[in-house]
Design a protein around this ligand. Sequence first.
Ligand code: AMP
Length: 201
Amino acid sequence: MNLILLGPPGAGKGTQSRHIAQKYHLVSLSTGEMLRAAVAGGSAIGIKARAIMESGGLVPDEMVAEMVADASRRASQDENSQGFILDGFPRNLRQAELLEGIFHKQNMQIDMALELCLEDEILARRIENRIAENPGQRREDDTPETLLRRIEVYHSETSPLSDYYRGKGLLREVDAALPVAQVSDAIDEALADLTTEDYLQ
Ligand code: AMP
């Protein structure tokens, strides 16, 4: 089972992708986490990505797609995994096309695109709380300016993916304003159509 998790910054994609990965034995691939690791490690990709991430923009499509292709190739060799949950990729239509190419080459398909839906006002408040509660360990891109830019980029670049996957009959929307456990329940309900006892060992 291969899933895509869509949703604006602050909708809880990280939390829900960990829940999904654990429950359904999927490998969670987060491009944001891969990029933060590249920045911390000072690799060539990290050096290029750092300023873009701090401004709230998108790192070049081909660069991110290559990271995803490598990670999915490695993860598909993991015998304990039943597939992937992609968190933060694709981020625009070009990346959606690149993903299809990657999956096609690796003989895989996308089974569902789950969208965590949340209004701008609520997500701005959530990220402000995240900054206020963890001042020492906030992400470098958790600043009010970067947040605004990330929300703008989400609307202009990423939100067209909802229609794209709806058109393919793959989209399922979940209300992300609910408490975390209820969002997880709603995701489980959406996935119930896809899952068989094999996934839930
Ligand atoms: P995230 O952790 O998913 O919120 O990503 C943090 C930042 O990493 C984003 O604001 C982008 O600058 C960059 N990033 C993450 N995923 C992608 C992607 N698929 N394409 C381009 N940039 C990305």
